[in-house]
Design a protein around this ligand. Structure first.
Ligand code: CA
Length: 114
C-alpha cells in the first residue's frame, strides 16, 4: 500500500472509532440541535447533559423531564423535547437554552455561555 493510502485508511478507522465512542443520546442530540461545527457544544460529548457518569446536570434534568412530560418511549431526544425547554435557562447563566444551542455553548454549565 502507498503511504497516502495507509494514512487515509488510518484516518478512516479513527473516525469510525470516534463515532462508536459517541453514545446514542449525544448522536440524537446533535441531529436535533445541530450545534455549530467545532463549537464547545459539538465537541463536548456526554457533559452536555451529564456531570460525571450517569448523573445529570441541570440541562440534562430538564431534557429528562421534557421526555417524561411528552411521554416519549423509548426515551429519545426529539425536536419537541428541545423546543419544550428552549426558553428555560437550565444552568442559570442568564442565557436561554435556545440561545446556548445556537451559540454552541453548554446549556448545563454556567461557566460556558454565549
Ligand atoms: Ca443558560
Amino acid at each position: 500500500m502507498r503511504p497516502q493510502r495507509v494514512l487515509a485508511t488510518a484516518a478512516g478507522v479513527l473516525v469510525a472509532a470516534t463515532a462508536l465512542a459517541t453514545p446514542m443520546m449525544k448522536l440524537e442530540f446533535d441531529k436535533v440541535a445541530k450545534p455549530p461545527k467545532q463549537s464547545r457544544l459539538a465537541t463536548s460529548g456526554c457533559v452536555v447533559c451529564h456531570t460525571k457518569g450517569k448523573e445529570l446536570n441541570p440541562y440534562g434534568k430538564d431534557v429528562a423531564a421534557a421526555i417524561k412530560a411528552l411521554k416519549i418511549k423509548p426515551k429519545k431526544i426529539t425536536p419537541d423535547v428541545l423546543k419544550k425547554i428552549a426558553k428555560l435557562d437550565s444552568d442559570k447563566d442568564k442565557a436561554s437554552n435556545e440561545k446556548e444551542l445556537k451559540a454552541g455553548t453548554l446549556p448545563g454549565d454556567p461557566k460556558s455561555k454565549p
